[in-house]
Design a protein around this ligand. Structure first.
Ligand SMILES: [Mn+2]
Length: 439
């Protein structure tokens, strides 16, 4: 038997990112595009592995987007088989959630065991808008489980035990569909299923279709996760190949797997992200000039000029390093303006991750406290263009002021000392100038 299906997840319809209507539309457009692809590719069914919606409580426009897309599939006679994700799970006391509503309207097939007895999921063939499995084609079986968070691993074990007792006469190919992460895919993410927790499904599924993690990944030509369609947070832009799987199955293939799964990137809004190191940019004007040059070059590299008026990018500029001048002198609005000039963006974000010179202290070898203190202070003055020329003298001045303060000196005495030190440093500067001019 040969057939073909499309696997997608994490559409997040209804996400009005950056509070922009255009972004709301982008999430809808990405969903429509993938649905049109499914129709053009003549797939036998579509898998939707959770998070169709951004949140539980959606508005009418969002519901309309979902209905318009799903109606296209229904008109093409392509069933859409789904599970609930964490973003759309109905509130405990809600009568039905919106996913269930779409199932009741027969716009999708929503799979879930719903009931557990003695820890065992109650598996049932899909009928009257409910059930945990369905055979969309004769010989093809799809099992589904909604998002269960941290308990998923435990539930999978009993799910596999329940599958063991289910007759599977005539089933040639099985799919397990759920919304869950896999451990080790995202550094910042704790938890997720281990491959050991997924192992009991080995005998019951030829293809494990996941959603949840917005980064695409696959394991052992068995577990597949396509990632998010649109970009829900700027960091997702780095996973450019995410989108949907087109899967061709041929059960007569002599070897495993019986499928060939190809990941395709769907069309989506361009995100441009870049990082500028500020360490050598000695004044605000120097920084702005350098930044303009940098942005122009990047915009060229990224092919921004080729984007149409409806494709204006989202741009994130990151400033990194040690700022060699007073932090308050940096005008972020001006940097935003530079980004607008070079990119004509839909939305701009300027992220200032720079450290002020005064906080950027590097640990060195073991030194006595007074020497260490003077070196640290000198380093701080060194990196600040206002003090950098006489950093050692400024460090000594700061230390003597500190000593006075600790001794409980009168404020006037501290001021006098500061004036004396400043005068001395000024003399130093003149003397150095004299030496220079005498050359
Ligand atoms: Mn999601």
């Amino acid at each position: 038997m040969r057939f073909r299906f499309l696997h997608m997840a994490d559409c997040h319809l209804g996400y009005r990112q950056y509070n922009l209507r255009d972004r709301f539309n982008d999430f809808g457009q990405a969903f429509y595009d993938v649905i049109d692809t499914a129709i053009a590719e003549k797939v036998n069914f579509v898998l939707l592995a959770g998070d169709l919606f951004q949140k539980r409580s959606i508005d009418a426009l969002t519901l309309n987007q979902a209905i318009v897309g799903l109606e296209r599939l229904r008109a093409a006679d392509i069933p859409c088989i789904a599970v609930e994700g964490n973003h759309e799970h109905a509130y405990y006391d809600d009568y039905i959630g919106w996913m269930k509503f779409l199932a009741v309207r027969q716009l999708l097939v929503l799979l879930d065991p719903e009931r557990f007895e003695g820890g065992m999921p109650q598996l049932a063939a899909y009928a009257r808008r409910a059930g945990s499995y369905i055979d969309p084609l004769s010989g093809v079986r799809i099992h589904g489980l909604r998002y269960l968070g941290a308990s998923t691993g435990r539930v999978l074990e009993s799910y596999a035990a329940a599958l063991q007792t289910l007759p599977r006469d005539g089933v040639e190919y099985s799919i397990f569909l759920t919304h869950a992460g896999v451990e080790g895919e995202l550094a910042e993410q704790v938890g997720g299923l281990t491959m050991r927790q997924l192992a009991p499904l080995r005998d019951h599924a030829d293809y494990v279709a996941l959603g949840h993690i917005h980064k695409p990944f696959e394991r052992d030509a068995w577990v597949y996760n396509p990632g998010s369609l649109e970009t829900c947070s700027a960091q997702e832009a780095q996973w450019a190949n995410r989108g949907y799987y087109l899967v061709d199955v041929d059960t007569s293939r002599p070897e495993d797997p019986k499928h060939v799964a190809r990941l395709h990137a769907n069309r989506r809004r361009t995100f441009c992200s870049m990082s500028l190191k500020v360490d050598t940019l000695l004044s605000p004007d120097h920084l702005y000039d350098e930044c303009r040059r940098f942005l122009k070059r990047k915009a060229l590299d990224q092919g921004v000029a080729r984007l149409g008026p409806k494709e204006r990018p989202v741009v994130a500029l990151h400033l990194n390093g040690v700022l060699p001048f007073d932090r308050t002198a940096l005008d972020l609005a001006r940097l935003e303006e530079l980004v607008r000039e070079c990119y004509d963006p839909l939305h701009v974000m300027v992220h200032n991750h720079t450290h002020s010179a005064e906080y950027a202290v590097e640990a060195g070898e073991t030194l006595s406290r007074p020497v260490l203190e003077r070196q640290v202070l000198a380093g701080i003055f060194e990196r600040d263009t206002r003090f950098h020329e006489h950093s050692q003298s400024w460090a000594r001045a700061a230390l003597s002021l500190k000593a006075l303060a600790l001794d409980g000196a009168e404020p006037q005495a501290v001021v006098d000392e500061l004036e004396a030190r400043m005068a001395a440093i000024e003399q130093e500067g003149k003397a150095a100038g004299d030496v220079d001019s005498s050359r």
